[in-house]
Design a protein. Structure first.
Length: 169
């Protein structure tokens, strides 16, 4: 069977890709996601009034832990020795629109034989899920949008920039 998808063997069955012949290169991936919430929820987060604690600090740690453990929850991911993980937040207060939001950005780096896109996406996912978990007592209507890869560099496939792709470059 000639299948262009790399996670299938000749028999069409799942496999972990063999990266042993790939070069070690510096690789980086950036992912993003948005968690939408009521204005009062954002205010409680900013004022440190959520009973479970400092929401963004805990969510940041959860995102870092998620990146480090990606291979444990995504079956075909390689365990990687990450060289850097950074989680940042952008507060988007817009009560006139009815909802506010927090944009989460995760940057993950490695020097290795395979990329860190899944680690960046897992970091964002764990971060927004933790925000939800910590705030669900006051806002069960929170939801997530726009989780996706925005940049990757390093490796044989080169650089990907979502903005460039959307601009048609």
């Amino acid at each position: 069977m000639n299948n262009p998808l790399t996670h299938f063997n000749e028999e069409g069955r799942a496999r972990m890709v063999d990266v042993s012949d790939k070069d070690h290169t510096c690789r980086k991936a950036v992912a993003t996601g948005v968690v939408h919430m009521q204005p009062g929820t954002l205010q409680l987060i900013q004022e440190g009034q959520i009973k479970k604690g400092d929401v963004l600090a805990v969510a940041q740690v959860a995102g870092i832990m998620g990146a480090k453990r990606t291979h444990e929850v995504i079956p075909m991911c390689h365990p990687l020795l990450l060289t850097g993980v950074d989680i940042s937040f952008q507060i988007n207060p817009d009560p006139e629109a009815g909802l506010c939001s927090i944009t989460v950005n995760a940057t993950v780096k490695v020097t290795g034989q395979t990329g860190v896109e899944m680690e960046a996406l897992t970091a964002v996912s764990m971060t927004v899920l933790t925000i939800y978990d910590m705030c669900k007592a006051v806002d069960r209507g929170m939801y997530f949008t726009d989780i996706g890869l925005v940049h990757k560099s390093g490796g044989k496939s080169g650089t990907f920039d979502k903005e460039a792709v959307e601009a048609g470059k």
